[in-house]
Design a binder for this molecule. Structure first.
Ligand SMILES: [Fe+2]
Ligand SMILES: [Fe+2]
Length: 322
């Protein structure tokens, strides 16, 4: 069956060699008339590279007929590629398109969790949705959210879980944190692994990476920050979290600097990966064991973040059970 042509966005880029870094997406239309694929790039691209990109297989993004129309309207009405300054109408359009993805991702994330953690996480849904809508309120942010939703299932669930754990921790945090900072932290948590979109998906599932594969993997915080630098609506604090989420208080780790917020999200990132089965490890831990393992790993995690994990997810659950 012959494929219909791809819909490049913005179409003017075809055959052009942009001077500056540009952001664009590619959607593919199937013979049934569905848009099934979405790429996101911001590198200057030659025609040869573009053709190579079109041949590269990616996981499809399935959208309903109604959403397809939204996407087409969106593509038609949004010409800049860098996409900041959308009208209210365009913003509501992008919100409508991503709403079902957000809801599905949140439910799938909840279902993947140990039962005792679910009731603590459930109340974070509205807060996380608000941050996701904020991100999608710019053209580039909208494209990135779509790209995240059509990436590896684990990456989507993991991103939502780290955001949910971070928001639950901030809710219990006794320190004064402004609502603006709270939002920036949850945004950073939701997007912390966005740089993984540029990493080969086969590496996600490999338990033992080769040295050169580790080198590639360790670039994801920096790559993520670089991608998001193009979004005007991502707060500087969120960018610092994305760059620094693998930094450690002992000065080890990799990526950007270990800011207070990056350490908090970094601890939730590690906690999240112990609570659920990952593509590279099937063994899961309950909250108490996960906390204990992290605590044993001296200097790796922030003491205050460990205290919050113990207070909310370990003792909080025991209190509920009593
Ligand atoms: Fe990461
Ligand atoms: Fe992560």
């Amino acid at each position: 069956m012959q494929k219909k042509p791809y819909i490049p966005f913005p179409s003017k880029m075809l055959g052009m060699k942009p001077e500056a870094e540009l952001d664009f997406d590619v959607f593919e239309e199937t013979p049934q008339g569905r848009i099934v694929m979405c790429y996101h790039r911001h590198d200057p691209l030659s025609k040869d590279q573009f053709n190579k990109l079109l041949r590269h297989e990616k996981k499809p993004l399935f959208v309903s007929q109604e959403d397809r129309q939204h996407l087409i309207n969106y593509i038609g009405s949004h010409s800049g590629g860098l996409g900041e300054g959308l009208s209210l109408e365009q913003k509501s359009l992008s919100t409508q398109v991503i709403t079902p993805f957000i809801e599905t991702a949140f439910i799938e994330m909840l279902n993947s969790l140990p039962a005792e953690i679910r009731p603590i996480i459930e109340p974070t849904q509205a807060g996380i949705e608000a941050c996701a809508y904020d991100i999608a309120s710019s053209g580039t942010g909208f494209s990135l959210m779509l790209r995240l939703f059509c990436s590896h299932d684990y990456l989507v669930r993991h991103s939502f879980l780290v955001a949910a754990l971070s928001l639950a921790a901030l809710t219990e945090d006794k320190r004064e944190i402004s609502s603006q900072d709270r939002r920036a932290i949850v945004t950073g948590a939701l997007l912390h692994d966005i740089g993984m979109l540029r990493i080969d998906e086969d590496l996600y599932a490999k338990p033992d990476l080769l040295p050169e594969e580790w080198t590639e993997m360790r670039l994801h915080p920096e790559v993520g920050q670089k991608i998001l630098n193009l979004c005007e609506n991502i707060p500087a604090k969120s960018l610092a979290i994305i760059a620094g989420h693998h930094a450690q208080p002992n000065g080890r780790g990799y990526g950007g600097t270990a800011s207070e917020e990056a350490l908090l999200v970094g601890a939730m990132d590690a906690f999240a990966s112990l609570l659920v089965a990952t593509p590279y490890r099937h063994k899961v831990f309950n909250a108490a064991d996960a906390w204990f393992l992290m605590k044993e790993d001296e200097g790796h995690f922030d003491d205050y973040a460990l205290k919050l994990i113990n207070q909310i997810f370990v003792n909080g659950w025991k209190k509920r059970a009593a």
